[in-house]
Design a protein around this ligand. Sequence first.
Ligand code: 6PG
Length: 630
Amino acid sequence: MAASAMGRIIFIMGVSGSGKSSVGKLLAQKCGIPFIDADDHHPVANIEKMSKGLPLNDSDREPWLDTLRSIAEEHKEGGCVIACSALKEDYRVRLTGSLASQVQWIYLKGSYELIYQRMQQRENHFMEAKMLQSQFDTLEEPKEAITINIKESPETIVNNIKSQIKRVMKAEIGVIGMGVMGRSLSRNLAGRGYKVGLYNRHVDDKEENIAKDFKANHNELSDSLAFDDLQSFVHALEVPRKIILMVNAGAAVDAVIEELGQVMSEGDIVVDGGNSHFEDTNSRIESMREGGFHFIGTGVSGGEEGALRGPSIMPSGNKEAYDKIQNYLETIAAKDSDGRPCCTYVGQRGSGHFVKMIHNGIEYAEMQLLGECYAVLKSQGLSNEEIATTFEAWMKEQGSYLLGITVDILRKKEGDGYVLDSILDKAANKGTGKWATAAIADSGEPATMIPAALFARYLSFFKDKRMVAAEVFSAGKAVDITAVQLKEAYQFSRIINHHQGFSLIARVSEQNNWKVNLSEIARIWTAGCIIKSDFMKELVPVLKVSSSILMDTKWQEQIKNTYASAQAVAVACLQAQLHAPCLIEAVNFFHGIKTADTSANLIQAQRDYFGAHTYKRRNDPSGKSYHTQW
Ligand code: 6PG
């Protein structure tokens, strides 16, 4: 409810003595918004008049009502509760002015006898009990208000008001697309007290009443509004509308945006929470701006469970538009170990989707590393249970979500056998790893582990060829290393993987002037997302001072301590003919990055030889280009 009252001006009205102040105060407190008592804003003349037992007339009330309207206007962004008698319709019109659509009237209704009795018990109030009749004489009961019987306790009244407001109000936020992620995110929003609009398209005989059926199956969605007609959905949302798209990246996003453009109003905000390509987000922000709308591209990580209980959220785009949805996103996000939301404004344009894409790239390499460690241990004849026990021990030293789920996966049985053993060894992908690899190539950053992981997935798809080749060529053998060496090689490779991922974000952020705060990105990746880990927590302070993990002395020490094992594992994998592209690439990259003098001089010479591409000389700091007649 704290969230539901955001941006709403709630007027509690009724005759003097009906309990406006105590109910208003409690309601404001429960909603986390300011409380204003209209009695505190009467001009002195009015107070004096009332103290003398003289009732106020309309002109006495005018300056008072105008003051209150200005106060309401000051609170129109965040909302507030104002307790004010507002006895006549004219007064109420004067009070709300242009804010009418944001105002919710609550009328505290009670009998003369009950209120008189309560007023007798009040001390030091300028309105004496005998004035009550004049209040009832002036009162014009409101037609548009939620009417509340004041017989109950303030606590019960406030609870009653809260549920009634929720019932009559429009949806605060809408979700389009009731796929796995859309459903979880909608339940998350509703579970945190927001009134949510739900929409899923209608496709004859295929997708019918999806949103309504979904709502019917979940208690927390009882206040939600469900639609399969886009126009009705849009009209059921508060203005400016806030709509989260959870549809498949690509053409589906454009199709929904196109349709929304026909029915939305200027200033409405669309948030794309899917795994869209950041360049698509760049152009959508532009085209939506031309139509008068805001577009926020946001990465959402955590899978189905994360979206439901708290994902990691990476939004970007127009900052002012973001400010209007920040509360919603922060409320539903996972919380870090200090209780702060794992949601941060990443930067301008499509930077949020870029960062999410690199999150997925890091995820690919982390998954591949675990796959390779599993293969190494399997080559040594360890059972699934033994491999799970080994990984479980690693968890104690340096836990991660992906390592944890791998332990669960290794142990999962189906009858007598393991589920894992029955899964076909062809690793699919939805495209973010491919985009990340293309972005790496475009950026010039040597982030080599993500492509290695992607190509390992591609290679896995050539099952038929692999089976034929396995017949033709000699088989591999057990990888001759210890469990400790493997653990250290895994730790080494993870440092390199994270180093590459964050360096890549730093470089592309600089190229685009996004000013991405790397430490904040690491922080919002400490909970909610797929690559959350103990290591990620350690990176938060490191990335505050440097964009390069390898430049941090602590991690340099770690690299030195684990290198020998990483090298031994890479060599042993090659000797055993075990395909381990990420374990090997981590070592290989490390060799490259610590080589002061490489063979690139020869490449330059070759280029100049056949193409007169020129080269620079080591002893000429001016950077002048040279060409040799070879
Ligand atoms: C997340 C995941 C999520 C999803 C990917 C998987 O952060 O929640 O990364 O985005 O699991 O779609 O991608 P692939 O299908 O390409 O492995």
